[in-house]
Ligand binder design. Structure first.
Ligand code: PLP
Length: 375
């Protein structure tokens, strides 16, 4: 039985071209990019090429890209950099952010920073008007994700960012799930900071980036040798940066075509689900959504049992609800969307990718039917 991986929002495999690009830097090309000899210069050149590739993918300038170890670090750079140990200030965010945004903001809130969390509608979408209204002249930062990891909803960041900026606020967006799946353009979004996660776009785990608008700087999280223009000390992970550069180059070239192909697979999945004969509810179908993501609630079934059943059938998906003993905890995102608990308890996220075919989707539907019938 062919294994069917439908969990690309958790992580993606490394593309062969990406692996090929980084491999020399795990073998003979081992120089430190700060060294002024041929070994160092070779590494430096590769690192700067990667920076240009990442920048081009999001329409930024190379000097606006800082390499980090992951999206979590990129997010922390923004919050810790701007607020440090401050006990004052005001942040506007949303109720559906990833924990790597929610948790550092909650810590700042405990210290005294005021936090406004924008609600979302039944499609998981923040209202542009709510976002504009929440921005007051004393708001330092607005941080709203570009695309949601659980339901795929794309947030209207470009529609409220200029208003926030006009009031003097800085704007950050966690684009970990968006880059590589939809066209992302920092100028069009009008943001100051944007988070990228390598392993969500076919580069390895352990590499990320932060876009920092050229007129902005951030006090560093890590102090030391002054790498990355002083904003992120620590000898650069050249091989993985090269991988991220290559992944961004591929994404930049193919995102529209691949997005259209993946969106069509989503249509096959949605119509196939209707024929399974099990009560279900696809989430966020009224919103602009990532082309590779569909979260679905199966009525009256525990998500954990579906995940387990599918895993036994060699299918990888993730649950939108976690089972703790006798009770099932609904994900905060689905709660914020006001999803009926009968469906939310059985929430499964399907996320496909570049290697997924229509045959895989049909095969998935067959195996899913087997699991649901048995439950
Ligand atoms: N932000 C979003 C929206 C994510 O989906 C994830 C990972 O799932 C992260 C941030 C964190 O990524 P990492 O664990 O690579 O730091």
């Amino acid at each position: 039985m062919k294994p069917l991986y439908f969990d690309h929002n958790a992580t993606t495999p490394i593309l062969p071209e990406v692996f090929e690009a980084m491999e020399p830097f795990l073998r003979g090309s081992f120089g430190n990019p700060s060294s002024p000899h041929p070994w160092g210069l070779e590494a430096k050149e590769a690192l700067e090429r990667a920076r240009r590739q990442v920048a081009a993918c999001i329409n930024a300038q190379p000097e606006e890209i800082v390499f980090t170890s992951c999206a979590t670090e990129s997010n922390h750079m923004v919050f810790s950099g701007l607020f440090g140990h401050s006990t004052r200030g005001r942040i506007v965010t949303s109720t559906v952010e990833h924990p790597s945004v929610l948790a550092p903001i909650e810590r700042l809130e405990k210290r005294g920073v005021r936090v406004v969390r924008l609600p979302v509608d039944e499609n998981g979408r923040v209202s542009v008007q709510d976002a504009k209204d929440a921005c007051t002249p004393d708001t330092e930062l607005v941080s709203v994700m570009l695309a949601n990891n659980e339901v795929g909803t794309i947030q209207p960041v470009a529609q409220f960012a200029p208003h926030a900026e006009s009031l003097g606020a800085l704007v950050h967006t966690d684009a970990s799930q968006a880059v590589g799946k939809i066209r992302v353009d920092v100028r069009q979004l009008d943001v100051d900071f944007l988070t990228i996660a390598g392993h969500k776009l076919y580069a390895p785990k352990g590499i990320g980036a932060l876009y920092i608008r050229s007129v902005r700087t951030l006090p560093p999280l890590l102090l030391g040798g002054g790498q990355e223009r002083g904003m992120r000390s620590g000898t650069e992970n050249v091989a993985f940066a090269v991988a991220l550069g290559k992944a961004c180059e591929i994404a930049g070239r193919t995102v529209e075509d691949e997005g259209a192909r993946q969106r069509a697979l989503g249509d096959v999945l949605v119509s196939g689900l209707r024929e399974l004969g099990h009560k279900h509810l696809p989430f966020a179908t009224g919103a602009d959504r990532l082309p590779n993501t569909l979260a679905v609630g199966f009525r009256g079934v525990d998500a954990g049992r579906i995940v387990e059943g599918l895993a036994l059938a060699d299918v990888g998906v993730s649950a939108g609800a976690a089972c703790h003993g006798d009770s099932t905890e609904i994900s905060p995102v689905l709660r914020a969307m006001g999803v009926d608990p009968e469906y939310a308890r059985g929430a499964i996220r399907f996320s496909w990718g570049r290697s997924t075919t229509e045959e895989d989707v049909r095969d998935l539907l067959g195996r899913l039917k087997g699991v649901l019938d048995a439950l």
